[in-house]
Design a protein around this ligand. Structure first.
Ligand code: PMP
Ligand code: GLN
Length: 401
């Protein structure tokens, strides 16, 4: 059975059973189509601009060092970086972690998620995952020999049914995997939802893994770390990465914050996956996490105005916009323009309109649940957003045919 709407999801002759059906990620596929048709790429979530110059200068200066920075580094991450992350965690979320034993560095949040799941799951264990989900979760769970159980966030509000969550927990459940702010819906989990989830973790003795890569991209409401709720710090693995907060998605410097014992388990997996992350980018990320509060305020302001610009434009085209509270993605319902399949829509779009987007059915276990939605990225400069909106004016005429 295919795992997702990924394009090459037919059986591959050499691929192991665990990975059959995963195909090529939807991000790769849509970026390929964007390049082929010279489309404006509002698909894969990467900014069309780089993060602040002082970070590049920090990376360049670090490459120039002759003190071993360019050689293998401490397996769990440079102390300069783990210390900066611990300070950041305290400054923004009031959580205190010991940099030597409780903060670890990975090749992006992707590796942090992978290492965490490989370290904590036995074959046959179950992980409760909210869908739509970030695509790597499901593959990482499969590679650990575990099983995902899905709880659906339903449009338009993307709340979940508390009973559905409670029923998804079985004696085999080991982890609840949560992403807030949430990709692709832009949902920011509310405090009362987090309290409910925390209560279930405590009652069933579960570990929470929280993917918080969009922690600084919240426009309405505020981000709450599940780990900050009573009794949760000791049973939560907080995951984030410098990619989104500092607009350097290619740097791939991610981290976990967790208790010493959980961190020790995750490090055991990490030492055999990548062992360590490039030293110069770790030093640059350390400078990033020490950026002044004004940097983070400006980031939110800039992205909020881009969100509003794209949302207004998509709304004027006649799409139903589900305004995101956070992240840098917006979902629209495509049915008002007469489209019914997100996959067909997104495959047609680069060639016929010159814009690329992402079909969210790739992020649902039952792909029909997402087939009326399309995800657009607004981590782009205003000129790019405007060019995409100009090209998209063709949409209503295409729908009529
Ligand atoms: N989690 C979520 C929810 C994401 O959207 C992404 C992709 N940006 C990642 C994890 C991966 O982050 P990284 O690039 O740091 O591996
Ligand atoms: N997180 C990015 C997105 O959701 C994609 C990252 C990737 O391509 N692996 O668009």
């Amino acid at each position: 059975m295919p795992h997702s709407a990924a394009v090459n999801s037919e059986r591959q002759p050499y691929l192991c059973d665990r990975l059959q059906g995963f195909g090529t990620t939807i991000f790769t596929e849509m970026t390929r189509l964007a390049i082929e048709h010279q489309a404006v790429n509002l698909g894969q979530g990467f900014p069309n601009f780089d993060g602040p110059g002082f970070l590049k200068e920090a990376a360049i200066a670090a490459i120039g060092r002759t003190d071993g920075t360019n050689q293998y580094r401490r397996m769990a991450g440079l102390m300069e970086l783990t210390t900066a992350i611990a300070e950041h965690q305290q400054r923004f979320w009031g959580l205190s972690y010991e940099p030597g034993s409780e903060v670890s560095v990975f090749a992006g949040a992707t590796e942090a998620i992978f290492a965490t799941l490989q370290a904590l799951l036995n074959p046959g264990d179950e992980v409760v995952v909210f869908e739509p989900y970030y695509d790597s979760y499901r593959a990482s769970i499969a590679m650990a020999g575990a099983t995902a159980r899905f709880v659906t966030l339903r449009a338009p509000s993307f709340t979940y049914d508390p009973q559905e969550l409670e029923q998804a927990i079985t004696p085999r459940t080991r982890i609840i995997l949560l992403n807030t702010p949430h990709n692709p819906t832009g949902k920011v989990f509310s405090r009362s939802e987090l309290e409910h989830i925390a209560g279930l973790c405590r009652r069933h003795n579960l570990i929470a893994v929280t993917d918080e890569v969009y922690e600084h991209l919240v426009y309405d409401g505020q981000h709450t770390c599940l780990a900050s709720l009573p009794g949760m710090r000791e049973r939560t693995v907080v995951i984030s990465s410098a990619g989104k907060s500092f607009s350097m998605t290619g740097w791939k410097v991610g981290h976990t914050c967790a208790s010493e014992q959980i961190s020790a388990a995750i490090r055991c997996a990490h030492q055999f996956i990548t062992f360590c992350v490039p030293g110069p980018f770790q030093l640059a990320a350390a400078a990033a996490y020490r950026a002044p509060d004004s940097y983070f305020r400006d980031l939110v302001q800039t992205f909020k105005s881009r969100r509003d610009r794209l949302c207004e434009g998509l709304d004027k085209l006649g799409l139903k916009v589900l305004v995101p509270a956070g992240t840098y993605f917006v979902l629209t319902d495509i049915r008002p323009l007469g489209f019914t399949s997100d996959v067909e829509f997104c495959r047609m779009l680069p060639q016929k309109v010159g814009v690329a987007a992402i079909p969210p059915s790739a992020f649902y276990s039952q792909s029909d649940d997402g087939s009326h939605l399309v995800r657009w990225a607004f981590c782009k400069t205003e000129d790019v957003i405007d060019e995409a909106l100009t090209r998209l004016q063709k949409l209503p005429s295409l729908a009529a045919k």
